[in-house]
Design a protein around this ligand. Structure first.
Ligand SMILES: [Zn+2]
Length: 417
């Protein structure tokens, strides 16, 4: 781990910082005039004029003349108001979300709007190199389908399951994928000849929400994702919190049952993941359908072959299967207990739920809010907002493209860690 260092800034870094501040201001608020932009960023009118000229020259922003004045605005009659806007399609990025058994690839613009996407499934038993070769092919296909020049693509952001070293782009350990020390960044960089940045997939989801979704203007945010595994991405003052050895946010492996818990993939017993992951819920559902062969769940499982197993469980619950509803309420309680620890440790302003917690939000959200509200210390649980992700199934891939945007466009100084 690097020691803390205190470094000065030279004039180029100051300019880079100011450009970043201007671009982030324009991302958060549209239709700002030069004067408003100067006020917001605390920069002089001259500096703003120079920076905007540079950005217009690069084709990244444009000036729009508006003739109608806003109510209460003092402006000489007939003089148009000029506002500065980001040109969304002037630059593009690629997002790659690697989950367990599937990956998604998208091309997104600098407003993080998805232009093209593709999903592919893979067998977790195949070697990592084969999965990476499939990813490379899919990235080429998606770029081609977009019909854009490659020179407009700034880089690739990858959000991968498991423990990821952001600095080296190596996936250190992903037990659910059987991956160990997979050099994601170097492989993709060599195969695709575009800059690549890699982080844990739940962290990228948190980053995506912070700059482009429900987390805009939020100071501290936790994104909690559940599917095969359970993890959290933590953002503080717009920056991802990764921890001293890259593992911050691994809430799936916090011990919830101190005695008699099931064995987890990590080797411990009673981890949160053994209680509320997709597999854990499906194991519970399996018991229910065996116990009640005439019940709604057993019927749903035999009738609804076109939807995923977890969707069948949710559908049975929505159709009124009380045993399923009670089981899901029980699972939601465990999730609430885990989020109470997140609130007590991190005291976030907003917690967003993704994956199965979002798809089954009608079962999870209210009980989780209630548990966190009751159990958190000193009323913190009453003040934290808990919501479902604003991106639905796109959270992973739009998180990955957000990672690329933050590293290669909005915060360029982070591009060379
Ligand atoms: Zn575990």
């Amino acid at each position: 781990m690097s020691k803390p260092s205190f470094q000065g800034s030279n004039i180029n870094l100051v300019k880079l910082h100011n450009l970043q501040v201007v671009l982030l201001s324009l991302l958060h608020e549209t239709n700002l005039s030069r004067v408003q932009l100067a006020k917001k960023t605390n920069l002089s009118n001259t500096t703003i004029t120079n920076l905007i000229a540079e950005l217009i020259g690069a084709g990244v922003v444009s000036e729009v003349e508006e003739t109608a004045s806003e109510p209460g605005e003092l402006r000489p009659v007939g003089r148009p108001r000029t506002s500065i806007q980001i040109e969304p399609n002037s630059r593009l990025v690629v997002g790659v979300h690697i989950g367990v058994g599937l990956f998604r690839v998208c091309v997104a613009n600098i407003s993080n709007e998805m232009l093209q996407s593709q999903v592919m499934h893979f067998d977790v038993a195949i070697p990592a190199e084969q999965v990476l070769a499939q990813i490379v092919k899919t990235v080429e296909t998606v770029i081609l389908a977009c019909g854009v020049e490659r020179s407009r693509i700034l880089g690739i952001g990858v959000g991968a399951s498991g423990l990821v070293d952001f600095q080296t782009g190596v996936n250190l350990l992903a037990p659910n994928l059987n991956w160990h020390d997979v050099p994601l960044r170097d492989y993709l960089l060599q195969a695709l000849n575009l800059p690549v940045v890699v982080d844990n997939n739940v962290r990228t989801m948190a980053l995506g929400e912070t700059y482009f979704g429900a987390g805009r203007g939020v100071d501290s945010l936790a994104f909690v994702y559940g599917r095969t595994g359970v993890g959290a991405g933590l953002i503080f003052k717009g920056q991802v919190f990764r921890g001293s050895t890259k593992g911050a946010g691994e809430i799936g492996h916090t011990t919830i049952l101190l005695r008699g818990g099931e064995l987890c993939r990590c080797g411990n017993r009673g981890c949160l993941e053994t209680l509320i992951s997709e597999d854990a819920i499906l194991r519970q559902a399996d018991q229910i359908s065996r116990l009640y062969p005439q019940g709604i769940l057993a019927q749903t499982i035999s009738d609804e072959n076109d939807i995923s197993p977890i969707e069948r469980v949710f559908r049975a619950g929505r159709a009124g299967d009380e045993t399923v509803r009670a089981m899901l309420a029980d699972r939601a309680f465990y999730l609430g207990v885990a989020l109470t620890s997140v609130v007590n440790l991190f005291n976030p302003e907003l917690i967003l739920l993704g994956g199965i917690f979002s798809r089954g939000q009608d079962f999870f959200l209210q009980p989780v809010i209630q548990t966190v509200s009751q159990m958190s210390f000193g009323g913190m649980g009453k003040r934290v907002r808990i919501e479902s992700t604003s991106f639905g199934w796109k959270a992973g891939v739009l998180g990955a493209s957000a990672l690329a945007l933050m590293n290669f466009f909005y915060q360029p100084e982070q591009a060379n860690p």
